[in-house]
Ligand binder design. Structure first.
Ligand SMILES: Cc1cc2nc3c(=O)[nH]c(=O)nc-3n(C[C@H](O)[C@H](O)[C@H](O)COP(=O)(O)O)c2cc1C
Ligand SMILES: [Fe+2]
Ligand SMILES: [Fe+2]
Length: 399
């Protein structure tokens, strides 16, 4: 993308990544992601973020060069050390020889460990409320540890009231020529925001709440995160979304996550979905074998009810469903009701492995567990009807 002045003397110099299949080696990103970076030209020149993944170095340096020669950079502000934003730091170290890397105390250790950068005169360590004066513009730093790495901070430009928020308020999705919230199809980006939140930031809801409290004191005209859209029209919107997601606020809907080998469990999944929908419940049906867990985690994050359907497999839970439940546990999803159903051949009880996984999360179980042998019988359908009735009650109670 050619550089673009997003605000007077502040330029977008980031890149789109449409070739990485799995962000952080786990999370499927078929619609890409952007690594945003911003160049501020004042008496001093500051680059916000250490850049991009190393694979995009050429485009990134071309973007910088269209505004100024990289050797003119005085400050490289590292909001967070993850290599999706710092892969290009070793190149900046070389091609911006006067630049000082601005980071937190722990970030300084990471600079040494990740990239062998240790010279004291190339590093500025900042703490809460420290400021760097660029001439007319002023950058102030606020620590938001744990969102989502321990050394994370944000950078606030005081004269134009722009928050460079790093991963906070970020989203998946390449920008594809877009930059601003008012230019975008928000339905797509907000779905990608929820998925990004659940995958990347979700475990750190308390740090997010702490950050929101701290940043709530700032007057913010624009939020410029390091992934996804820049919020100039309605920055409140992305703050509200992060607030809601980090408070585990649910929508009145059910996620029906199932897996099947030969279709018996799937038949009951279809039956339950239809019954729920005919009772006015919004349902998302996901086959765990086919839908990447990054999406399921996003769907589950704000669903009030999660229903697991799975056959017993080798004395345990069917692995694709188990893996998703494992991620729910790993990411500490809270504030859920759950139900269970599924087919088995002889021993049954594979679902116990799911119960063990989610027990520490304190979810409320919805009775009955509908386990059946082989195909569904009429008696099984009666049990399934009771499960549906109980789900409907829970969803309707809160609407
Ligand atoms: C590889 C494999 C392992 C299985 N392991 C068990 C098991 O340990 N205990 C059990 O009761 N049934 C087991 N079953 C039987 C299935 O749970 C049973 O066929 C069930 O009806 C499959 O449901 P589905 O049609 O939804 O895949 C196994 C089936 C397969 C193919
Ligand atoms: Fe990150
Ligand atoms: Fe990031």
């Amino acid at each position: 993308m050619p550089t673009y002045e997003i605000s007077p003397n502040i330029f977008y110099v980031g890149v789109d990544d449409r070739k990485t299949q799995f962000f952080e080696g786990i999370w499927y990103i078929p619609d890409g992601i952007s690594y945003n970076a911003y160049l501020i030209k004042d008496q001093k020149t500051a680059l916000i973020e250490g850049g991009t993944r190393i694979d995009f170095a050429r485009s990134f340096f071309n973007n910088i060069s269209s505004v100024t020669d990289p050797s003119n950079i005085d400050y490289v502000i590292i909001n967070h050390m993850e290599p999706d934003h710092t892969g290009t730091v070793p190149l900046l170290y070389k091609f911006a020889p006067d630049a000082k890397f601005v980071t937190t105390n722990l970030g300084k250790t990471m600079l040494a460990n990740f990239y062998g950068i240790t010279e004291a005169d190339r590093i500025i360590v900042v703490k809460e409320n420290d400021e760097i004066n660029l001439g007319k513009m002023k950058l102030r730093f606020h620590m938001i540890p744990g969102v989502h790495w321990p050394e994370t901070m944000v950078t606030y430009e005081e004269t134009q009231k722009i928050l460079f928020s790093g991963d906070a308020f970020g989203s998946y999705g390449a920008l594809n020529g877009l930059l601003f919230d008012d230019e975008a199809n928000l339905d797509f980006y907000l779905a990608e925001t929820r998925r990004y939140f659940a995958n990347i930031v979700g475990l750190f809801t308390r740090p997010v709440q702490n950050a929101l409290k701290k940043l709530g004191n700032l007057e913010i005209k624009m939020i410029a995160p390091s992934h996804g859209l820049i919020w100039r029209n309605n920055p409140r919107k992305i703050i509200e979304i992060y607030d809601k997601l980090s408070r585990y606020e649910n929508e009145n809907k059910a996620l029906l996550l199932y897996g099947t080998m030969y279709g018996f469990t799937e038949e009951l999944a279809n039956y339950i979905a239809r019954k729920l929908i005919s009772n006015g419940v919004k349902v998302i049906v996901r086959n765990a074998t086919f839908v990447h867990p990054s999406y399921v985690l996003g769907d589950g994050w704000d669903s009030k009810v999660i229903v697991f359907g799975l056959p017993t497999y080798d004395g345990g839970a069917f692995p694709p469903v188990y893996y998703n439940a494992y991620l729910f546990a790993k990411k500490q999803l809270k504030n859920k009701y759950f139900g269970i159903f599924g087919s088995s051949g002889w021993s049954g009880k594979g679902y116990l492995k799911i119960l063990n996984l989610i027990k520490p999360l304190g979810w409320n179980q919805i009775d009955p567990i509908v386990e059946f042998r082989g195909q569904i019988t009429k008696e099984d359908l009666v049990k399934a009807d009771t499960l549906v009735e109980n789900i409907v009650k829970i969803i309707k109670e809160s609407s």
